[in-house]
Design a protein. Structure first.
Lengths: 261, 236
């Protein structure tokens, strides 16, 4: 009896859904976090009687045959690309990306990672870094005697000094777009790295080529929709229970089989 | 007597298959675009040696429940739900397949693919290309894709020429002998068609199958008892 294994695949799938939902809920307040969604597909099918099998001694044939599916498998846990709402923080290095695009970050290994978490900081020597201390490309250092800092929508960083009237252009932040954003590999700490599925990074100026713009003084909130997550959780829980019920029923049928004399 | 034993056995093995079907339906309660499956018991008429015939019930056919699943709102740009008639055409190494599962994403090369990486085909049977630099992608109910307001392609809806040839191919795909463009369906962007498995119906069927199975079991018991008595009475 395959019902036991089939129900087990169903339970595993629902369990995975609960895992994804709980991770989403845990990241309800994570800056720039996008909710994930688990997608499933039916497993392969076993052909018991092929169409055209003779169904009676007078030669009549089965029009359809019989196929039995072997359960379910997860196909993907993908990011739901949605703009999180922007909260005003007033921080001069708090940046929200409004629209598509990621900030590029240099990892200690020298490789690149991408993030939408724009809560940037200054390092001890004035370099613009992420909360984890990774420098943001192109590696702009803010002079220690700068009075204030202004970042335009298209990523230009200006600093004001006490002894100068005009602001000085320090550098330009760029945004990076991907053909398949869902294909980026999440590495934790709000970072993503390029994968074969994501396509190569397209570096561009904020506001051009379909990229979003930067908003200084704002942070992008997590786009997790708690109502949606809770309904998903309920669905997953009921689905799990139903599959467990199938296991019980299949077990009882097997028990009945062994009781035949 | 052998006949009654075989008739019951055939019924029991059919019920076990039906149980597997129910289990598969329930396992796929969260599978997008899944169509629930039902078993059909049909009569197998066998000729027995003395010229009479014997009818056996066998579960050798099935049907696919084609009712629409609920369209669940997801808000995703490439989440497409079909309302009404029609399927997406998906390109696979084994030939074109049909699918109602609507979660797509652009691949690294910009073509729309499903979650297994298989390409979605448009109304003319060619891959659907989405410009990567578009700020806003809209998909109209007739499948027209527009990038920043400019039409760039059209997703086609297809149907099997003969619905009876539809079989499950796994991976949210259905196979059909021949397909043709479909009419009467609408594509809704930001929605995904959920599984059309109804929990209540499946649980009711499960209980039904289980009880029928136990009934068959006790019938075998009773037959065994009858034979035993017969042997004892005759042999005395």
């Amino acid at each position: 009896m395959k019902a036991l294994q089939i129900a087990a695949t169903g339970m595993a799938a629902q369990q995975m859904k609960v895992d994804v939902v709980s991770n989403n809920l845990a990241n309800m307040s994570t800056t720039g976090y996008n909710a994930r969604r688990a997608d499933f597909a039916d497993l392969h099918y076993q052909q018991y009687a092929r169409p055209g099998t003779i169904s009676s001694s007078d030669g009549s044939m089965l029009p359809t045959g019989i196929q039995i599916g072997l359960g379910v498998r997860p196909t993907s846990v993908s990011v739901i690309l949605a703009q999180g709402s922007l909260t005003e923080t007033g921080g001069d290095l708090d940046l929200a990306v409004e629209g598509k695009g990621y900030l590029e970050v240099t990892l200690p290994s020298g490789g690149s990672a991408y993030t939408r978490d724009g809560a940037l900081k200054r390092s001890a020597d004035g370099l613009i870094v992420t909360s984890d201390g990774f420098p943001v490309v192109p590696g702009i250092t803010i002079p220690s005697d700068a009075r204030s800092l202004s970042i335009s929508n298209d990523g230009e960083i200006y600093v004001y000094f006490d002894d100068q009237v005009d602001a000085q252009l320090l550098g330009q932040l760029s945004l990076v777009g991907f053909t398949n954003e869902k294909g980026l590999e999440a590495t934790g700490s709000n970072l993503f790295v390029e994968s074969a599925a994501s396509g190569s990074p397209n570096v561009g100026t904020p506001g051009l080529d379909g990229l979003g713009i930067l908003r200084q003084g704002y942070l992008e909130e997590s786009s997790v929709d708690s109502v949606r997550e809770v309904t998903e959780l309920i669905k997953a829980q009921r689905g799990y229970e139903l599959n467990a019920k199938v296991i019980t029923a299949a077990d009882q049928m097997l028990a009945a089989t062994t009781q035949v004399r | 007597m052998e006949a009654s034993g075989y008739v019951t056995l055939s019924r029991l093995s059919g019920l076990r298959r039906e149980m597997d079907l129910v289990a598969n339906n329930i396992a796929n309660i969260g599978t997008q675009g899944y169509k629930s499956q039902g078993a059909v018991f049909s009569e197998f008429v066998a000729t027995v040696p003395d010229g009479r015939s014997l009818s056996i019930g066998r579960a050798t056919a099935w049907h696919m429940n084609m009712t629409d699943g609920v369209l669940g709102q997801t808000g995703g740009t490439y989440d497409l739900g079909i309302q009404g008639n029609g399927f997406f055409q998906i390109e696979t190494p084994d030939g074109p397949r049909l699918s109602r599962a609507g979660a797509f994403t652009p691949s690294a090369s910009g073509e729309l693919v499903n979650m297994d990486g298989l390409r979605l085909l448009d109304a003319g049977g060619a891959p659907v290309f989405v410009p990567p630099n578009a700020r806003d992608i809209g998909i109209a109910p007739d499948g027209t894709i527009s990038a920043d307001g400019v039409p760039v392609g059209q997703i086609g809806l297809w149907q099997p020429v003969d619905p009876l040839t539809l079989t499950y191919a796994g991976g949210n795909l259905l196979a059909a002998a021949e397909i043709e463009p479909a009419t009467g369906g609408e594509i809704h962007q930001g929605f995904i068609e959920e599984s059309n498995v109804e929990a209540v119906t499946e649980v009711a069927r499960m209980i039904e199958v289980q009880r029928a199975y136990e009934q068959g079991q006790s019938f075998l018991d009773a037959e065994d008892e009858r034979l035993r008595n017969m042997i004892q009475t005759v042999g005395r």
